[in-house]
Ligand binder design. Sequence first.
Ligand SMILES: Nc1ncnc2c1ncn2[C@@H]1O[C@H](COP(=O)(O)OP(=O)(O)OP(=O)(O)O)[C@@H](O)[C@H]1O
Length: 263
Amino acid sequence: MSVAETVPQPLTIANLNKTFAIAGKQVPVLKDINLTVKPGEFISIIGPSGCGKSTLLRLVVGLEQGFSGEIRLGKDLIEGPGVNRGMVFQESRLYPWLTVEENIAFGLGKGHSNEEKNRIVQEHLDLVGLAGFVKAYPHQLSGGMQQRVSIARALVNRPQVLLLDEPFGALDAMTRINMQQEIIRIWEAEKTTILLVTHDIDEAIFLGDRVVVMSKLPATAKSIIPVDLPRPRDRNSFEFVKIRKAIYSEFFSDVEVPFAYSI
Ligand SMILES: Nc1ncnc2c1ncn2[C@@H]1O[C@H](COP(=O)(O)OP(=O)(O)OP(=O)(O)O)[C@@H](O)[C@H]1O
């Protein structure tokens, strides 16, 4: 289903710093972030609310300007949006006046014949399990189905890197677990590098090859925890629970919580 076959490249984030002007003051948000992601690796990112997780993804997708340090895909500096990266947000951001197939085709780069467009759209609908919903409008779909369309749209140019910003945050618990299994299936089929931001520690462990735990502002990548567990993962296994405990203690080591936490 390739649009452009390229050799997958590592994503390198080096000495990344980002400051925002908030209420007339320069506020450092990201501080010295360093992360090298292997092609096809799945990285989960967690951290306190407002620490800069979305900002990090927006920098990688090329939607934020004005930072110091470097972000590279292979040798190429990332300086703006490009078809080699796709992003899915917490809300589906589909165009309500377009059908499912039109929403997916909308994201497709230029230079395709109509026949090619139809084939690519159909392949991506199959990939996300929505083959029967070509002519449906977003309001006729459930939240989980809308996110499947968003994932198809983000993948339509066969990006090397897929950025997922809390994509399942608005879904109910059962749909969320189903979508976690679906994203693993899609990742294994497409071999795309994935960076996922989530507030759900179990989701981070269930999905990620590594979990990046960010600190409070100015946020650093304060620890990177490998999840060396076979897939599909068992959330109740001893090893899973051990990693959950390690991440909880990292996560809460610099965050004030109004209760005594124990698991
Ligand atoms: N365009 C902007 N202009 C000014 N400040 C911004 C802008 N975007 C984000 N910020 C600030 O940067 C900080 C990080 O925001 P960001 O949305 O990246 O955090 P987050 O970790 O994704 O938060 P959450 O987990 O609550 O979604 C926040 O303090 C926010 O107020």
